[in-house]
Design a protein around this ligand. Structure first.
Ligand code: SF4
Length: 620
């Protein structure tokens, strides 16, 4: 594949295209894979499709500004993104250990991007192109747009916009905002005038923020600015931090979210309301862009794991109305589901079948949640006014359209495309929605499960699930029954793989023991258990940091000790001999040694060696 099909990344690429100057440069912390699943590339291709000359610099050398400057100074602005993940999450585990592999780098190279990549790249851009507007975007910038708790430094940090000294920050899905920035800068407007673009934030001086702070919004119907507790107050006061999180949560709707202001010393960050959701035609147009669907040829044959996951997968929608507290998809992609048309997805399937190496298997048809495709509030006026944080918690809203027919129909058509032999659903399935459609569960079991289907009940305790904003375990059980029956009827030997989280705020060792006993009773042996990671701006991160539920103000238990979290994990690995010493330690700690033994009510066997010698079991 010629590199001409890709976005320009070198001076030679510009020369070959006869381009003397770019309009926009995008810098990303991920490898350059020309695929819509790579966010900064999606934005770059989108802007190119709107007629701008766009270049891309992936994983630049950050020892100096030369690499970032290699395509020359662009005419309008430079867009900076850390990549598809927060760079700290990409680097470090829940146990704060360095990850051995970066799935977004060629060959899994773990050091291809700096820590806090957005800050480092923005600094280099300012050095390389003095006076050029610098615009931040992507997950890292979006989820650090106000003061936030940073798990890896165990500190409350300022809005990333102030630390990066950038001109603008685009939050959420950035197409509309990026296009408006490009158009207005191209029309000659100074960047300092771009203060009213939805989905963007900018910095105000004291002179400009003081009048706004003196006339804040008092009621949801009052459209004036909502003043969040200042950075200084949320640093020192846990209740103020919780109240900031609560206020922020209620302003994330694109339809009724109000502007936000947060003072940091003499300056303030001003956030316009979120961007409006894309319409179906806009979504289709995005996926019709000329993606090569391959890593840049400069990487030769180095493996990029994140690309392999999406290479033969289809994204049908974006957004999530679930509002799980440990996840930030709702804060980033929005609560309104934005779906592609069937025809658009089918065009992509046909393109997939023509790809070299495609052997007939579509590895996924989904998005953040596979079965939210085309689901929406039944009434647009109600949706516009609604200020609920989740459409499905604590129960599925009566106004939510939960019809699975559009998805069933789409999957049927994908299966019929010549050259397609298997179509899997690997994205998460919301089982509290799926159980409403036995027909969907039958189709899922019969056609779209490759032996195992991953689902995420996350826990069994009603209290912990309440803190997570997840449905009760009875929903999982009903779905499991439907799925197993449908698999049996189809003559297929397949099963569910449930995922669980340990260490979520509100969960104790005792809760984890109850979960482990449930797993044992049902013959479930989880192979993967996620340790809760407090990622920036999630509601659960606020719980972790403050020990408070920001929505109720109630105190809750938080497992902060890394060893305690390892003990929780060991309890769920009750079937694994390696985990027994730590599981026994956990049981002793909570006074439940009665669960150590050989009986069916016991979780792990006794340590015979320790019993005979009188020594404590070895610690891992
Ligand atoms: S009314 Fe119900 S379905 Fe509609 S947006 Fe609000 S919570 Fe969601």
């Amino acid at each position: 594949m010629s590199s001409r099909a890709f976005l320009p990344t070198t001076r030679d690429d510009l020369r070959v295209r006869g381009v003397s100057e770019l309009d926009i440069l995008i810098v990303t912390g991920d490898a350059y894979v020309d695929h819509p699943a790579f966010g900064p590339v999606l934005i770059a291709r989108f802007l190119e499709g709107q007629g701008y000359r766009v270049g891309l610099i992936a994983q630049p050398d950050w020892s100096g500004p030369q690499d970032i400057a290699r395509l020359g100074r662009p005419r309008l602005f430079v867009g900076v993104s850390a990549g598809n993940l927060d760079s700290m999450l990409n680097k470090l585990t829940a146990q704060k250990k360095v990850r051995s592999e970066d799935p977004y780098s060629p060959g899994g190279l773990p050091n291809a991007r700096p820590n806090r990549a957005t800050l480092v790249y923005a600094n280099l851009c300012r050095q390389a192109f003095p006076g050029l507007p610098v615009v931040l975007g992507g997950i890292e910038a979006s989820l650090r747009r106000i003061a936030h708790y940073d798990y890896w430094s165990d500190q409350v940090r300022r809005s990333i916009l102030l630390d990066a000294k950038a001109d603008l920050l685009v939050f959420g899905m950035g197409e509309r905002a990026a296009l408006e920035i490009a158009r207005r800068l191209s029309a000659g407007e100074p960047v300092g005038h771009l203060t009213d673009i939805r989905g963007t934030a900018h910095v105000l001086s004291r002179r400009d923020w003081q009048p706004l702070a003196l006339a804040p919004s008092r009621t949801p119907s009052d459209r004036r600015v909502v003043v969040l507790p200042s950075f200084e107050s949320v640093c020192g006061d846990l209740k103020a931090f919780a109240s900031m999180t609560r206020a922020f949560q209620y302003e994330t709707s694109p339809h009724n979210g109000r502007p936000l202001l947060q003072v940091h010393g003499d300056q303030a960050v001003y956030l316009n309301p979120p961007s409006l959701p894309l319409e179906e035609a806009d979504m289709d147009a995005l996926y019709d862009l000329p993606f090569v669907r391959k890593p840049h040829p400069g990487y030769r044959s180095e493996r990029i794991a994140a690309f392999e996951t999406v290479h033969h997968a289809l994204v049908t929608m974006r957004g999530c109305f679930g509002g799980c507290t440990f996840c930030s998809i709702t804060e980033h992609e929005g609560r309104v589901i934005q779906s592609r048309s069937e025809d658009s997805v089918l065009r992509e399937v046909r393109a997939l079948t023509r790809l070299e190496g495609f052997k007939g298997t579509v590895s996924d048809v989904g998005g953040p949640t596979a079965n939210m495709y085309k689901m929406r509030c039944v009434d647009e006026a109600i949706e516009r006014a609604c200020r609920r944080l989740s459409c499905i918690h604590p129960k599925v809203c009566d106004n939510l359209g939960t019809d699975h027919q559009p998805l069933i129909q789409l999957l049927r058509r994908v299966r019929q495309v010549p050259g397609v032999r298997n179509v899997f659903v690997a994205s998460g399935v919301r089982y509290d929605l799926a159980e409403r459609s036995p027909e969907f569960v039958r189709e899922l079991a019969l056609h779209h499960t490759g032996g195992q289907l991953s689902v995420a009940p996350e826990h069994t305790s009603p209290e912990v699930l309440g803190k997570m904003r997840k449905p009760s375990i009875e929903h999982y059980e009903r779905f499991s029954e439907l799925f197993c029956k449908a698999s049996h009827d189809a003559g297929k030997d397949q099963y569910l793989v449930p995922y669980f989280i340990v260490g979520h705020p509100g969960s104790t060792l005792q809760d984890t023991l109850e979960l482990a006993l449930y797993l044992k009773k049902h013959g479930l042996r989880p192979r993967q258990v996620q340790e809760f990671i407090p990622t920036p701006m999630a509601v659960a991160t606020c719980m972790y940091h403050t020990g408070l539920d920001p929505l109720t103000g109630e105190p809750l238990y938080v497992a902060r000790d890394l060893r305690e979290k390892r003990m929780m994990k060991a309890l769920l690995f009750y079937w694994d001999q390696e985990s027994w010493p730590l599981a026994r330690e956990a049981l002793h700690k909570i006074g439940r040694s009665d669960r150590i033994g050989r009986g069916p009510e016991c979780l792990v066997p006794p340590d015979w060696g320790a019993t005979r010698t009188g020594h404590r079991p070895l610690r891992r």
